[in-house]
Design a protein around this ligand. Structure first.
Ligand SMILES: Nc1nc2c(c(=O)[nH]1)N[C@H]1C(S)=C(S)[C@@H](COP(=O)(O)O)O[C@H]1N2
Ligand SMILES: [Mo]
Length: 219
């Protein structure tokens, strides 16, 4: 069943390995968002949990690292404590992905991405950001101008609790004004590039500029 879902969802990937816990639950339910291979987990908040990887390692205070590199003067590596020690911002937005599922007014807290780009010193030829993930599969992109928006967060908290593994914890991207596929989970790399490198789903036709029609996030 799971392989059929995967093929139906995207027509391009082999059946992911399904392991225990929530991933096993997800393997038993249907889904219809073409940007996710895993589907609807019945839960009161209305959230769905997506991963294009069959299993994702867990990262914690000791082994989580976020690197900033590429076309910067000062590449850097951040631990969770480093990120927690930086000024935090709260962004509340409507979470929405491409099949219309939507969770309104969802709070995220974290470090504005711009606050990591500033100290790194983006070189003049740096025009875009490529985001990579410790699931080893997913990627995303933003232009430098988009990345510097105040409503783009390196999010450490969601729904007023530490970012859960299922939601991409300990650290995910949150791009409030765009469809949720732009918000890369399990974030591990921020690389400044000279051109936009289309992300995982964008290789299969999703808009690189995934603006929500009704973006109304408040910072
Ligand atoms: N690493 C990673 N990030 C990802 C995805 C993914 O499969 N892997 N799916 C994207 C899509 S299509 C959506 S809708 C959201 C889902 O986030 P959630 O699982 O917290 O609801 O994560 C986005 N970020
Ligand atoms: Mo999605």
């Amino acid at each position: 069943m799971f392989s059929m879902l995967a093929a139906g969802a995207a027509g391009l990937v082999a059946a992911p390995y399904v392991q225990g816990g929530w991933e096993k639950i997800l393997g038993t339910v249907s889904q219809n968002d073409p940007t996710g291979l895993t589907g609807l987990l019945p839960n009161p908040g209305g959230f769905r949990y997506f991963s294009v990887a069959g299993s994702v390692p867990r990262k914690n205070d000791t082994n989580y690292r976020l690197t900033v590199d590429g076309l910067v003067e000062r590449p850097a590596t951040y631990t969770l404590d480093d990120l927690r020690a930086m000024p935090q911002r709260r962004v509340v937005g409507d979470v929405e992905c491409t099949d219309g599922w939507r969770v309104p007014r969802t709070p995220f807290d974290g470090v504005p991405l711009s606050h990591l780009l500033e100290p790194a010193g983006v070189r003049p030829e740096g025009k875009a950001i490529r985001f990579t993930c410790f699931d080893g599969v997913y990627s995303e992109s933003l232009t430098l101008a988009q990345a510097r928006r105040p409503d783009v967060l390196i999010a450490l908290r969601m729904l007023d609790e530490p970012m859960r593994h299922e939601h991409g914890g300990p650290v995910r991207l949150y791009v409030a004004p765009m469809y949720f596929y732009k918000s890369a989970k399990w974030l591990s790399g921020i690389t400044v590039t000279d051109t936009v490198v289309p992300g995982y789903w964008e290789e299969y036709g999703y808009d690189v500029d995934g603006w929500l029609d009704d973006a109304d996030a408040s910072v």
